[in-house]
Design a protein around this ligand. Structure first.
Ligand code: GAL
Length: 717
């Protein structure tokens, strides 16, 4: 009798749970992107917070593809006010993404809580940008559009009713017993009564990433000057210090496009007044304008916490949360009333007088100082939702200030999330592990964001140089001297090499700018993992789950490489592979994907689909170019060319395959490209009668054309 009672109870419970299981209807919302709605999604989500509008033209250009998974294998249930999501996972499948991780690229086998936070040295989901987006080596992607702390079991949970049950083993006697039996699913727990689910088709992992970025509106297109060199000054510097800094760069011949002012530009900080300090900066407008005349822009640090002494404090108070940060009020910037006051203040005497952008600090976390999850905000959005979106909203609304002036900006931010790809900001943090900075750069391409491995201070000249060498192959070439007061020439023994690197950064501006145009128009992340390279796709094997294959390195050196987690080399744009060197290292291995690769500096053949060992010396890091690769370069200028300036181009060509490169051009400063004011020109190198010949197509009539004289340099003899 008792048994019957329990059995009935059990059946009832199961029925209740399956009642909660929901049929998901997949709607193709853009070519190759499907959306399903589980339960009742919240009105405030990541895409809305970021103001993301799909870039239809880019998506249409990618064309149709088929739904990449078995729809019946994806399930959603709403239980106890939460959404339970389940996705299938095959044996030979590796997963990437789940935000800006610092130590791992392979995510299969992880349990994560996706939570905006200050990175604390562990890839557990707490990071500056925990985008709920993952990509599979099988060539598809999944995004959960929800501003909550989502728990993820990425191939760790074992279902009782699995279609591919793992063998039960006896630990007593079976030597093959494993503590983590095979799991064939990705499970997510979304603490909300529903969520939008997006699935991105392939066929390649890169296609899925591109579709994700294009759903977000396409990647950002920084102004040209944003891709030059930037120096952030010691925090208490004053107007004279800024003028001196600019002079020193000029006198010594180091390029400089923008100077960052740290907290001391404000009369008070932590919490902030958002007003110039009158002693250190008596005439900010004159300073900003003077600098502009020299071709140097000013970027301002701030965090968003409002001091009781800030002029906006009284007015904004009704639109702030119930908890403070460093005793400063936290504006509910999801409300138009708060935005008007807050961003009005960031515009006034700052954007208005010619300041070029902001660095928005401390919007990520550290629970010890941030608002707690029990804070209440007047909009009714929970503290959790605000935490997940504050960085994205700050980026969005500051960008709007600039958009209103038809002036592009490029800045820094310490938190982002889904919905942020189109916003022109680069993430940074206080963590300073060089290796992990490179892994973050790799993962940024899976998270729809940009990341800078900034250089701050170093113990030795070697470290300074090594950090600098990878920093110039990143979205923002920067020294952040807010505490150290370092300059590019701080270590005299490597100052000349550092200058050469800064010059190389400037010379490569036409390449960087064209690669960012691909981010914007095609969704291709400019800095990304090797796993997105064609030579790598479809053959990657999840190391821990698939049976270890014996590989014959003589026969196929590439095969082993394809199983390895690659955390220390990356692609910088279409044609360049960068393999950083770290302090103390004199030699390293580099995995060259299929096809021939050439030394960036000499043009010599380096290898073809193989693992090479190199000893590059202190003066450079290994950088390689694809066969047929074209790198458009310009003369090393001290500042980025101004709108409309004509610049000569030196086209460098590597290898012997016919090469085509699409050079992007526009005014470099305004948003006129949104109205079609841009051009792509085809640079070609091919063999004519056995001789390499280069050509460049004309800019379309009436479209921007900043290209001066074009010369070709065939790098490979
Ligand atoms: C930190 C930030 C640093 C610097 C500093 C100034 O939070 O990460 O880059 O801006 O604040 O106080």
């Amino acid at each position: 009798m008792k048994f019957l009672k329990y059995a009935l109870c059990g059946l009832f419970l199961l029925a209740a749970i399956s009642l909660n299981a929901q049929q998901l209807n997949w709607n193709e919302v853009e070519p190759g992107i499907w959306k399903a709605v589980a339960g009742k999604p919240e009105a405030f989500d990541l895409l809305k917070a970021g103001g993301a509008v799909p870039y239809h033209a880019g998506l249409a250009e990618m064309g149709e593809t088929k739904f990449p998974l078995q729809q019946a294998d994806i399930s959603a249930k709403i239980i106890d006010g939460k959404t339970y999501l389940s996705f299938p996972l095959e044996k030979e499948e590796q997963l990437y993404g789940f935000g800006l991780n610092f130590q791992t690229v392979h995510q299969r086998g992880k349990i994560l809580t996706l939570h905006v936070d200050n990175y604390a040295g562990k890839d557990d989901g707490h990071t500056h940008c925990p985008t709920p987006f993952y990509v599979s080596s099988k060539g598809y992607g999944v995004f959960i559009n929800c501003a909550r702390y989502i728990k993820v079991y990425a191939g760790t949970a074992v279902m009782r009713d699995s279609k591919t049950p793992a063998k039960v083993q006896d630990r007593n006697l079976d030597k093959n017993w494993v503590s983590k039996p095979y799991s064939d699913n990705v499970e997510m727990l979304v603490p909300a009564e529903g969520a939008e689910i997006y699935v991105f088709g392939g066929p390649t992992a890169m296609d899925a990433v591109r579709r994700y970025n294009l759903l977000n509106g396409g990647g950002c297109l920084p102004p040209r000057w944003g891709l030059g060199f930037t120096q952030r000054m010691q925090r208490l510097t004053d107007a004279n210090g800024v003028a001196e800094e600019a002079r020193a760069f000029e006198d010594k011949g180091y390029p400089l496009d923008f100077i960052g002012l740290e907290p001391g530009w404000q009369s008070k900080s932590y919490p902030c007044t958002f007003e110039w300090d009158k002693t250190r900066f008596p005439e900010p407008k004159a300073l900003v304008q003077d600098m502009l005349k020299k071709g140097i822009r000013i970027n301002l640090w701030t965090n968003p916490y409002i001091s009781p002494e800030a002029p906006i404090y009284k007015n904004i108070l009704p639109y702030t949360g119930t908890f403070t940060v460093w005793n400063g009020a936290v504006a509910d910037i999801s409300m138009p009333e708060a935005r008007k006051i807050f961003f009005g203040q960031l515009g006034k005497d700052k954007v208005d007088i010619g300041v070029s952008g902001y660095k928005m600090d401390e919007v990520d976390g550290g629970d010890v100082y941030l608002w707690p999850d029990v804070a209440v905000f007047p909009s009714g959005h929970s503290a959790e939702q605000m935490r997940q979106t504050y960085g994205v909203m700050m980026q969005r609304y500051i960008t709007e200030l600039y958009h209103d002036k038809n002036q592009r900006t490029y800045g820094l931010v310490r938190a982002s999330n889904g919905g942020g790809s189109r916003l022109p900001y680069v993430i940074y943090n206080d963590y300073y592990n060089h290796q992990d900075f490179i892994t973050a750069l790799i993962n940024s391409g899976f998270a729809g964001v940009l990341w800078t491995p900034e250089v701050r201070a170093s113990k030795t000249a070697e470290e300074w140089l090594r950090r600098f060498q990878s920093n110039i192959f990143s979205p923002m070439a920067m020294i952040n001297a807010w505490a150290s007061g370092t300059k590019p020439w701080t270590f005299p023994e490597v100052a000349e090499l550092v200058k050469q690197l800064a010059n190389l950064r400037m010379q490569m501006m036409p390449y960087w700018y064209s690669e960012f145009a691909k981010y914007h128009f095609q969704g291709i992340p400019p800095f990304r993992a090797m796993n997105l390279e064609p030579g790598f796709q479809g053959i990657e094997v999840a190391k821990d789950v698939a049976p270890k294959k014996k590989v014959n390195l003589e026969e196929n050196p590439y095969e082993e490489a394809s199983q390895k987690e690659i955390k220390d080399q990356y692609m910088a744009g279409e044609n360049i592979l960068v393999a950083p060197m770290f302090t103390g290292q004199t030699t390293r291995t580099v995995i060259l994907p299929k096809g021939k690769w050439y030394d960036f500096y000499t043009g010599k053949l380096a290898g073809d689909g193989q693992v090479i060992t190199v000893t590059p010396g202190l003066d450079k890091i290994p950088v390689y170019v694809k066969d047929g690769g074209i790198i458009p370069m310009m003369p090393a200028m001290l500042h980025a060319p101004k709108a409309g300036d004509k610049v000569d181009i030196e086209v460098r060509y590597y290898g012997d395959k016919p090469g085509v490169y699409r050079l992007y051009d526009d005014d470099g400063e305004t948003f006129n490209y949104e109205k079609g004011e841009y051009s792509f020109r085809d640079i070609k190198v091919e063999k004519v009668n056995g001789q390499l010949k280069g050509s460049i197509s004309n800019a379309a009539a009436g479209k921007p054309n900043t290209v001066g004289k074009v010369t070709f340099k065939m790098m490979t003899e």
